[in-house]
Design a protein. Structure first.
Length: 503
């Protein structure tokens, strides 16, 4: 028997706010307040009923342990429950699903979700306006339950790399995501150069979307040739990606969402603005990249998509729009594969332009994606699917939005059985073992220095005994490894530190 749905408890997004700052030096808290003010102004009388304020953890910007309380105080929301999140790009859709579930159950009426990064301001301040020295990672200063810190919600980001990855140099997204791309290149029968040209076609379409977004950091169209061609201003970072295929974190951007029950939206006279949260789901890949049976597929994301669709009673063909987190092309390619659509699907794979072109405001990118999706659906109707990962395609959040209410109300997809199967599939990784033997390469990349020389070539391989191993190339080989895809080749690995040479 179908359960009776209390329509008044349907969770909806009634307002959004997005801002960017190119000129003034600001703090992340300043930007968060500005985005929230836009959303609250758009929410009308709903704004006075906010019960919970959730601030996304900053990743590249300074923030106090009480950042959510600081933002709420500046907004005049002194009675709201305040919390911040753990680190993870998956956090925005997870928060939307969590809030939707709380609203549907009657445990919450109105909530504000907001996040911001001020990495441009911090970079300019540190360098006096110069180019700076690179990304400055800020540990999650709110990731503590001690003292007066805001409580932290969300899964921990710890445990997503092992000593094996650390010793092999597989600790940065700019290396690991390109390694995933090597698998996709090999599967398609392409060299690194050929794969670069292929993904450039995809990324050029992303620049077209960013060019029309009012809050995009790079609102400029680029051709596939411009993205793929290595030049002094577009150097190779890690094969097969040029600089313009990498997420760009040096942005000052913020976004906010106001969610409430349909009853509250009706009472406030803003129900005509409501975008309904139909369903959502979360899942993990095998935690360690080296232990994943297939480095070129996201089976956890596939499960999250499938359970979201099942909960909502729809499928990929019913979607009007998609926004797949695009820190690097491989993330988009794996998402499209997981949902079962082509890379050139006419509906497009982004509504923002992705992190290389729209901008990469740390954990908060998908808040922009969800806000933009809500705005798009409000204008054109239909259903929109958003997904984003945390870690190295490690943990996934999926949310499904609609311009009209779902027949059966909000439903959360259950991935528990899928997760058990995924966790059980993890391969054994040689970590501190005394490895001295041959391995077949299953994934590799080539890392370049700023002068264009090769400064590293990490790979993941399979030992004869079935264990996975991660290793860095012997320095003596580097000069001959530029542009070389090694999947399927046999190399010799010795440990402490893990180094590979040709067998």
């Amino acid at each position: 028997m179908r359960a009776v749905i209390d329509a008044s408890r349907m969770p909806v997004i009634v307002a959004t706010g997005q801002v960017l700052e190119r000129d003034s030096i600001v703090q992340a808290t300043d930007l968060a307040v500005r985005a929230a003010q836009l959303a609250l102004a758009d929410a009308g009388a709903v704004a006075s009923r906010v019960q919970r304020v959730t601030m996304l953890s900053t990743l590249f910007s300074a923030a106090s342990p009480t950042v959510a309380t600081d933002v709420a105080t500046r907004l005049g929301l002194r009675d709201a429950q305040c919390e911040t999140t753990s680190v993870g790009g998956n956090t925005p859709p997870w928060l939307v699903t969590r809030a939707a579930e709380d609203i549907a159950r009657g445990n919450l009426d109105v909530t504000l979700i907001v996040g911001a990064e001020a990495a441009r301001s911090e970079r300019v301040s540190a360098s006096g306006g110069g180019p700076g020295s690179g990304v400055r990672f800020r540990p999650n200063q709110s990731d503590t339950d001690g003292g007066d810190a805001d409580p932290v919600v969300g899964g921990s980001e710890k445990g997503y790399v092992s000593r094996a990855e650390v010793k092999a140099g597989l600790t940065y997204p700019t290396v690991v995501y390109p390694l995933f791309e090597s698998v996709l290149a090999s599967r398609a029968g392409r060299s690194f150069a050929e794969q670069r040209a292929s993904v450039a076609e995809l990324m050029a379409r992303f620049t077209d979307v960013a060019a029309d977004h009012p809050c995009a950091w790079f609102p400029t169209r680029a051709t596939a040739d411009e993205l793929a061609m290595p030049t002094p201003d577009n150097r190779l970072i890690s094969e097969p990606y040029t600089k313009r295929m990498n997420a760009f974190p040096f942005v000052d951007q913020a976004a906010a969402l106001v969610m409430c029950s349909l009853a509250v939206a009706r009472d406030a006279g803003v129900a005509d603005r409501a975008i309904f949260v139909w369903a959502g789901a979360d899942a993990y890949e095998v935690r360690l990249p080296t232990a994943r049976p297939d480095l070129g597929r996201a089976v956890g994301l596939q499960a999250a998509f499938a359970r979201t669709f099942a909960a909502a009673g729809v499928g990929a063909d019913d979607m009007s729009a998609f926004d797949f987190y695009c820190c690097f092309p491989s993330a988009v390619e794996m998402a499209a594969d997981a949902v079962g659509i082509a890379l050139d699907d006419p509906r497009g794979l982004t509504v923002t332009g992705g992190l290389p072109y729209f901008g990469g405001p740390g954990n908060n990118y998908m808040t922009h994606g969800i806000a933009t999706m809500a705005e798009k659906l409000r204008d054109s109707g239909g259903l929109g699917l958003c997904s984003s990962p945390g870690g190295f395609m490690t943990k996934h959040g999926v949310t499904l939005l609609g311009a009209t209410p779902p027949t059966d109300g909000f439903r959360r997809g259950d991935t528990e059985a899928d997760q058990a199967v995924i966790d059980a599939s993890a391969l054994t990784v040689a970590v501190d073992d005394d490895v001295d033997g041959d391995a077949q390469v299953v994934g590799n990349t080539v890392r370049y220095a700023t002068d264009g020389s090769v400064d590293g070539a990490p790979m993941i391989g399979m030992l004869a005994d079935g264990r996975r191993v991660a290793a860095e190339a012997d320095p003596a080989l580097l000069a001959d490894l530029a542009g070389r895809l090694l999947i399927g080749e046999t190399v010799h690995v010795r440990s402490d530190p893990p180094v590979w040479t040709f067998a």
